[in-house]
Design a protein around this ligand. Structure first.
Ligand code: FES
Ligand SMILES: [Fe+2]
Length: 381
């Protein structure tokens, strides 16, 4: 029996293959991903206002370490974090102070922080055949979007491509939001497993009781109203949160003043996701914003960093505790982490070669198409 679906519904009309098991385990596959999609797409590197002037920061993108420098006048620059002398790492901590120069700890070669120019070679006195101008730091492209710093290792980077478009967060005062809480979590699963889990809600009824209580739609295993079997475009959009709730907090009540410029639909949604493959997703609520960054640390491990952003006014409320607000999404993320690791352990079984996607997993199918296209491979099915 064919499932009923409206032609404009995103639900698939067939059940495609998943990626093969080795895509989640194999070191060669992992290296290939690093060389292609992680090296050619924009990778989020934290908030601009969390990098104070006069500080440099180390960011890992696969094998590549990048140093992001913020000069005392606020100007941003980014370089491969490697000395041109004999290759020592320049910035060796997550963040460290810097002046006008970035100086290598090993033999004191120093570089201009703004443009990477080699300024001095410490005690060494190079002969005339050494061209200082050719030994500056190697630049990495950078940009800022909605207060997020992005890096791109490619020599010829394409545009940043959030799924909802570059204007998707225009109604939130993103630049001025302040980080109120951060959580770093290392998971024993391939980075794609967490994205796949993000891309479907079939697991929601069994895995996320608290979230399903807040978002009744999730209780039915779908992510959006247009996935329902009886959906038609004429049906007016319904509020996505349960009655009385306006945001993702334990009570559904806002944790501070609501953002004044949101559209009625953004407000009614209660949560607005922006997906930026492969690096991050953002969830914008009426009162605060959360972002989750993905950093693959090996074929079978990923580091997730979640951050919660608030207006300063909210943080300044007497007795306000950002950790309390974060607690709700942390419960959901812990539930997702558990099933993601469960998924990874199962995929290692020699009995598992490849699985099947269900029609409701259309967003995973799209993710696989994006991934294989970026790796220069075709889809097997
Ligand atoms: S390796 Fe950096 S100065 Fe020698
Ligand atoms: Fe989930």
């Amino acid at each position: 029996m064919t499932q009923h679906r409206h032609p404009e519904s995103p639900i698939l009309s067939h059940c495609p293959e998943t990626l093969p098991a080795h895509a989640y385990i194999d070191a060669d596959w992992y290296r290939q991903e690093q060389k292609t999609l992680w090296a050619n797409n924009w990778v989020a590197a934290g908030r601009l206002n969390d990098l104070k002037p006069g500080v440099m920061k180390k960011v890992q993108i696969g094998a590549a370490s990048v140093v992001v420098c913020r000069a005392s006048d606020g100007e941003l620059s980014a370089f491969h974090n490697v000395c041109r002398h004999r290759g020592a790492e320049l910035c060796s901590r997550d963040k460290q102070p810097m002046g006008k120069l970035v100086t290598c700890k090993y033999h004191a070669w120093s570089y201009a922080a703004k443009d990477g120019r080699l300024v001095a070679t410490g005690h060494a006195r190079p002969t005339d055949d050494f061209q200082k101008a050719e030994h500056g730091l190697i630049k990495v492209s950078h940009m800022v979007w909605n207060g997020f710093v992005f890096l791109n290792l490619s020599h010829d980077p394409g545009p940043l491509a959030p799924d909802m478009g570059l204007k998707s967060l225009d109604n939130w005062p993103m630049d001025s939001l302040v980080t109120g809480h951060r959580m770093v979590k290392d998971l024993a699963c391939n980075w794609k497993i967490f994205w796949e889990n993000y891309n479907e809600c079939l697991h929601c009824p069994g895995v996320h009781p608290e979230l399903c209580d807040l978002v009744p739609l999730y209780e039915t295993g779908i992510m959006a109203p247009n996935e329902a079997p009886d959906w038609t475009p004429e049906k007016a959009a319904q509020p996505l949160l349960k009655e009385g709730a306006v945001t993702w907090t334990a009570t559904g009540k806002p944790c501070g003043p609501e953002f004044p410029n949101l559209s009625p639909v953004e407000r009614q949604n209660g949560y607005n996701f922006v997906t930026i493959y492969p690096t991050m997703f953002v969830v914008a609520h009426v009162d605060y914003v959360r972002a989750v960054y993905f950093e693959p640390t090996g074929p079978e491990s990923v580091r997730l960093t979640a951050e919660w952003y608030f207006p300063q006014e909210t943080l300044d409320q007497p007795g306000f505790d950002a950790a309390e607000v974060a607690a709700f999404a942390k419960i959901v993320m812990a539930q997702d982490a558990e099933v993601a690791e469960l998924n990874q352990r199962g995929i290692r079984s020699p009995a598992y070669m490849q699985g099947k996607l269900m029609p409701e997993e259309y967003a995973i199918h799209d993710f696989h198409k994006w991934l294989l296209h970026n790796m220069g491979r075709g889809l097997q099915s």
